[in-house]
Ligand binder design. Structure first.
Ligand code: DLL
Length: 433
């Protein structure tokens, strides 16, 4: 089993903790000096950088949340002047404004090498042809994985998302050996491949690297058998870096977190208390090597647990379990983060007031679909049919523009949505993964 950076992936715990402490102190110094938000936040409990003398002192620092990033939109959390920033990405899934993240030249170099780690761990080498079916753009998936694959020296096919027929054609003709996508898109590809009468065994796929959304062991088995490849999980979050925070090795028993670049903590999402190793809770990450956009104790909202036991692959890095669920109400639809409150705001502004509604998420075949069902209020009822139609159309467009996903919207009779103790369950997620 190849290891991309054995010097950092196989360190002894002592060496690793020494390196983490040095990098943590340097990071805290830098953000204290360059980011007003952190300076003010640290001042509340009266912390100065010199107070961080051991890794345990990290818990003295306040958490950073999505809300902090939103308030500092767009560049308030940057720790370098914009002239040093060479790339900007953003994260979906907040109400109103997205979150803007930046990278220096050195950040891109480090990021690419982190991606190269999980790709190598999954089995990718310079001999491979890597088809990337993540979107290229503000989303960190496409470019993030692309640069990592190039660092390995693999031949990259930058397909982007969608265009499933063409993806399959290219897979056949270019002899793709590695597919990188969301797990749900891999299943969609598998559906189309079998519908087209193609025998997946005749394809040249060896590895599938999947991430960006939750999936399960069942899904892994299904993807592996239907696409005839070995499937591994990898984890990332735009606010922290993008893909390249953690990835599975071929032992497939948890994702190694690149601890020389990120300190993971698990907290109780209700109390914020740090939990001991092995307990399930919310993952909190602190970056150790990022220049443009360092994150101190960022609450990811992802529920998982950490395993420090040695792994047969030889890496000494802690492993995080699959993301079990979210600590908040964020939904991931076709790889895009969506908050129900974004949809609610669109409904209220289109209906010019409250309207009872329900959001229903289903997986039809391998495809996630989201339907918004709205009860007819007297305001909507009083509209002529033509106006009702245009209300639905406007609402659909509004939701698509704030969330980035296409949805269907339908009107139903007043009081027809099921209620428990008078309340409508606003989000019904019927997906089985
Ligand atoms: O999804 C970054 C990424 C791109 C990761 C490509 C892996 C591959 P965001 O759009 O900011 O960034 O979404 C981050 O997606 O907080 C998790 O809830 C979820 N997520 C990401 N990877 C996994 C995974 C990218 N392997 C949010 N399993 C995170 C489960 C995942 N959930």
């Amino acid at each position: 089993m190849n290891i991309w950076d054995s010097a950092h992936e196989c360190m002894s715990r002592d060496e690793l903790e020494q390196l983490q402490l040095e990098r943590l102190q340097a990071t805290i110094n830098r953000v204290h000096k360059n980011v007003t938000h952190y300076r003010k936040k640290f001042a509340q409990p009266g912390i100065i950088p010199e107070d961080i003398r051991s890794l345990a002192d990290l818990t003295k620092l306040p958490f950073t949340t999505k809300e902090d990033l939103r308030i500092n939109y767009p560049y308030g959390m940057f720790a370098v002047p914009l002239r040093e920033v060479v790339r900007i990405h953003s994260s979906s899934g907040t109400t109103s404004k997205p979150i803007v993240v930046g990278y220096t030249k050195n950040d891109i170099r480090i990021w690419s090498n982190l991606v190269a780690r999980f790709m190598t761990a999954a089995g990718v080498t310079s001999d491979d042809l890597v088809q990337i079916a993540f979107s290229y753009g503000l989303f960190t998936g496409g470019f993030g994985v692309h640069y990592g694959a190039e660092v390995i020296g693999a031949s990259v096919i930058p397909m982007g998302t969608g265009n499933t027929e063409k993806q399959i054609l290219i897979m056949q003709d270019y002899k793709t050996t590695v597919l990188v996508s969301t797990p749900s898109y891999a299943l969609q590809l598998a559906d189309r491949i079998s519908q087209s009468g193609i025998d997946a065994k005749t394809l040249t796929l060896k590895f599938g690297l999947f991430g960006g959304e939750p999936w399960s062991e069942n899904m892994r088995r299904e993807i592996e058998s239907r696409l005839c490849l070995s499937a591994t999980d990898n984890y990332g979050i735009s606010e922290v870096i993008g893909p390249g925070i953690a990835g599975e090795c071929q032992c497939k028993s948890g994702m190694h977190i690149y601890e020389d670049s990120f300190i993971p903590e698990i907290i109780d999402p209700q109390t914020g208390a740090v939990l001991e190793a092995g307990r399930e809770g919310e993952l909190v990450l602190t970056t150790l090597t990022k220049e443009a956009f360092p994150m101190i104790r960022y609450r990811t909202g992802d529920i998982t647990c950490l395993d420090y036991a040695p792994c047969a692959c030889g890496r000494t890095l802690v492993r995080m379990q699959r993301v079990l669920r979210r600590s908040d109400d964020m939904l991931i639809i076709r790889g895009i983060n969506v908050y129900p409150s974004q949809i609610e705001e669109a409904i209220i502004s289109s209906a010019q007031g409250e309207a009872p509604y329900q959001i229903i998420i289903e997986r039809k075949g391998a495809m996630d679909s989201l339907e918004v069902v709205i009860e007819i209020t007297s305001k909507i009822f009083s509209l002529e049919l033509q106006k009702q139609r245009s209300f639905l159309e406007t609402l659909k467009q509004r939701i698509a523009s704030v969330t980035g996903i296409g949805v269907s919207v339908k009107l139903v009779e007043a009081n027809s949505l099921p209620r428990t103790e008078g309340k409508i369950r606003k989000v019904v997620d019927q997906r089985r993964i």
